[in-house]
Design a protein around this ligand. Structure first.
Ligand SMILES: [Zn+2]
Length: 135
């Protein structure tokens, strides 16, 4: 398992880079349906989170030079998990709320249209992170 995600994708209509990580995920910018879906991406990110957590006891890897779009997603998620204080505070019943709060804090600049996309991504993986830290 590598610390790097090899996933890269861009909308074929508007060229917005994003990862269609689940069925039904459409371009966050123009709402075009993706040409393909990368459902294995969530599993890949789970593997990276697991590796980093068990090796370092935290979510953000000690050094993680970003090289792909997938790495960018991992970096955003790791930072959000760290800010959420997941390892200390999160309870089973407020995982979705924590994910939404964390996504609301991501700085997106002019790309505010990405927020619902990242919110869905965080919602998919916060429960996974909670599971990892308990095993
Ligand atoms: Zn698009």
């Amino acid at each position: 398992m590598s610390l790097h995600s090899l996933h890269d994708y861009a909308c074929h209509a508007c060229r917005e880079p994003y990862i269609p990580f689940a069925a039904g995920v459409r371009c966050p910018r123009c709402d075009e349906a993706p040409a393909e879906t990368f459902e294995e991406f969530l599993e890949e990110v789970r593997g990276i989170l697991e590796l980093v957590w068990h090796a370092h006891g935290r979510w953000v890897p000690p050094a993680n030079p970003m090289s792909t779009l997938g790495d960018h997603y991992v970096w955003l998620l790791a930072g959000a998990l760290a800010r959420a204080g997941l390892e200390f505070t999160m309870q089973e019943d407020d995982v979705a709320g924590q994910a939404e709060k964390a996504a609301a804090q991501v700085h997106l600049g002019a790309k505010e249209y990405l927020r619902p996309h990242y919110t869905a991504f965080f919602r998919a993986l916060f429960p996974v992170a909670l599971h990892i830290q308990r095993t």
